[in-house]
Design a binder for this molecule. Structure first.
Ligand code: GRG
Length: 297
């Protein structure tokens, strides 16, 4: 409409960083070129054009960079200020790339652990090339991410993202090995979800702030923002697992419950209908129990 001065395009966060996401895509492809062709093609499987996923994390990180990069006022020439801000932006783009590589590495291993056959709307790497190559490709991506991380020469940032990898492993392990009490606890769910999903987003947001030269206080706010956004992202993902279709999800729906994974929608339903507890405790091995649980949602 003519009344509004803000166009839809300006409201779309992806459009603000579109050109940078394009650079990110090509850099990711070049970062995973390996000596052994089979490993290279396995590693680039999810960096191919058209099957790149939503790029949620890089988008958030680049927008965070835009919000936090304020030019330092001083007597320096415009040229020098420009050079410094370009260099800073480049380093933050590296964080976005490293974050996406860690994310994809975790997806590759996750699909092996879950024996998933689809991912991002196409066959999962384990389905196409087998479990062994999918594990190795994940390790390779992680290794390339580490080298890129080290090249930033910022020990605090290295330590943040290295800890994230431990958190991913911790969250996945917490999900795999639960007692009945833990499976039915919202506190346990939120802790697991922090490790599995929010930690990567929150710690990489903090890294963007640290590189921008922001104070510890502002960096902590960036961390808190990423943590809440990450938790919200996983909550929506968990709801979509119940409401989405294979086409909208790029994978089968109801996969959590079929794997016996209890997520927020079930936990909330259980608060209202305590009789669901017995169903949850049976572990959803029986498809009739899946239907029974769906009735309460
Ligand atoms: C090797 C780093 C590494 C970890 C191993 C398997 C494992 C430990 C961790 C798995 C963690 C995991 C799969 C968390 C789920 C996070 C999540 C919300 C995935 C979906 O992300 P989207 O929707 O996917 O952003 P796209 O495809 O759009 O990128």
């Amino acid at each position: 409409s003519h009344r509004s001065s803000v166009t839809e395009e300006q409201l779309d966060p992806f459009s603000l960083v579109e050109s940078e996401l394009y650079i990110l895509a090509s850099r990711l492809r070049s970062m995973v070129v390996a000596e052994v062709p089979k490993l290279a093609s396995a590693a680039e499987y999810f960096f191919k054009m058209g099957v790149e996923g939503k790029r949620f994390r890089p988008t958030v990180l680049l927008l965070m960079a835009t919000a936090l990069n304020v030019p330092i006022p001083g007597p320096d020439s415009d040229e020098l200020v420009d050079a410094i801000s370009t260099e800073l932006r480049n380093r933050q783009q590296r964080i976005a790339e490293i974050t996406e590589m860690i994310h994809v590495a975790s997806l590759l291993h996750d699909d092996v652990l879950d024996d998933a056959d689809t991912r991002r709307g196409i066959g999962s790497l384990n389905f196409v090339m087998g479990n062994k190559l999918a594990v190795l490709a994940g390790d390779f991506l992680l290794s390339r991410a580490c080298v890129a991380l080290a090249s930033l020469k910022n020990t605090e940032v290295v330590s943040l993202l290295a800890t994230v990898v431990e958190h991913l492993v911790t969250g996945e392990t917490m999900q795999m090995t639960t007692t009945s009490e833990q499976r039915c606890s919202m506190e346990y769910y939120l802790q697991k979800t922090y490790y599995k999903t929010a930690s990567l987003i929150s710690n990489s947001c903090k890294a963007i702030a640290l590189l921008a030269g922001q104070t510890a206080e502002v960096s902590m706010l960036a961390y808190e923002y990423g943590k809440n956004l990450g938790l919200a992202y996983q909550l929506i993902d968990d709801v979509l697992d119940f409401t989405g279709t294979s086409t909208s999800l790029g994978k089968g729906s109801l996969s959590d419950i079929r794997h016996g994974i209890v997520t927020a929608p079930i936990l909330y339903a259980m608060e209202e209908f305590p009789q669901l507890r017995a169903v949850v405790d049976r572990g959803f091995d029986n498809p009739a129990d899946v239907d029974l649980a769906l009735d309460y949602l």
